[in-house]
Design a protein around this ligand. Structure first.
Ligand SMILES: NC(=O)C1=CN([C@@H]2O[C@H](COP(=O)(O)OP(=O)(O)OC[C@H]3O[C@@H](n4cnc5c(N)ncnc54)[C@H](O)[C@@H]3O)[C@@H](O)[C@H]2O)C=CC1
Ligand SMILES: O=C(O)C1=N[C@H](C(=O)O)C[C@H](O)C1
Length: 255
């Protein structure tokens, strides 16, 4: 069966890459494209809309979302309410929003995926970091991205910290009497560990998880050099969610 896909945010860096991916897969078909700042009415015969409400008459199975943190929650809720399975890469969800959307998806029996990162290497780094944190409670996360990124820290860094928290014995890191002579020098705090965000032109998406212990260190690093690195995960998500009856948070649940 051909899977019909809506792409919200199709004019963006990730949305446009996802359009190419769908067009190159004979099992997938574009149903509609959404982006508020385009005057196009169609692209290669596919209808284009500026507002999500306009897609209501369109037959679609999956809603791929690469938009902006401010609208991702409303978009995901809208998709579930209209029986379209969301596959969401947009970052910036709160824990409460994710659990509310999971409840909604289960009450509607609609599959879905919110994945802070679709690259297999990033998923593996998160898994390895969770394992390492059992033995190395001292850890700092450095995420490095292009300078057009709107949110900090990255969704991947937050998810990494959440996974580490599950296995790490809580520790407030750094010297008890440490002082920031420049505010923010030690980065953001999450459960006693620190997250640092680097933004530079030329970067795509990169993350280091650095562990330190007595006389030794361990560094895990992942690099996305090209947005094509995310497309295998988006493709897998689209094909899996149509057979689920709940939304899941993290691509690892579908691997
Ligand atoms: N999960 C993952 O693996 C990845 C997630 N991301 C996330 O995806 C999101 C998008 O990233 P980029 O493509 O780099 O951003 P971008 O800024 O290039 O694209 C965002 C697009 O969304 C559109 N948009 C804004 N409001 C909208 C609305 N209400 N409805 C539909 N479209 C709307 C914008 O006009 C723009 O074309 C970010 O949150 C980013 O963190 C990015 C890369 C990988
Ligand atoms: O904005 C990006 O580019 C990325 N965003 C996601 C995040 O915030 O983790 C995933 C990836 O890091 C690229």
């Amino acid at each position: 069966m051909m899977i019909k896909v809506i792409i919200s945010g199709f004019k963006g860096r990730m949305g446009s890459t996802a359009v190419d991916m769908v067009n190159n897969d004979p099992e997938l078909e574009l149903a509609a494209l959404i982006d508020p700042y385009t005057t196009e009415k169609e692209v290669d015969g596919i209808p284009v809309f500026n507002d999500k409400a306009d897609v209501l008459g369109v037959a679609a199975d999956v809603w791929v979302d690469f938009t902006i943190p401010d609208v991702a929650y409303a978009n995901t809720k809208f998709a579930i309410e209209h029986n379209i399975c969301p596959v969401v890469g947009t970052t910036g969800f709160t824990e409460a929003q994710i659990s509310e959307l999971i409840d909604l998806s289960q009450s509607k029996k609609i599959g879905g995926l919110i994945a802070p990162n679709f690259a297999i290497g990033a998923i593996l780094v998160m898994e390895f970091a969770q394992k390492a944190a059992q033995y190395f409670p001292d850890v700092e996360i450095i995420e490095l991205h292009h300078d057009k990124k709107k949110d900090a820290p990255s969704g991947t860094a937050v998810k990494t910290a959440e996974l580490i928290k599950e296995t790490r014995t809580y520790k407030k890191q750094g010297a008890a009497d440490e002082v920031e002579t420049l505010p923010g020098a030690r980065g953001a705090e999450f459960d006693g560990m620190r997250i640092h965000s680097v933004r530079l032109p030329g970067l795509v998406a990169h993350q280091e998880v650095i562990f330190g212990a007595n006389g030794e260190g361990l560094t895990l690093r992942h690099d996305s050099y090209d947005r094509v690195s995310f497309m295998g995960g988006v493709n897998l998500g689209i094909k899996k969610v149509v057979n689920l009856d709940t939304l899941v948070y993290g691509l690892e649940h579908l691997l």
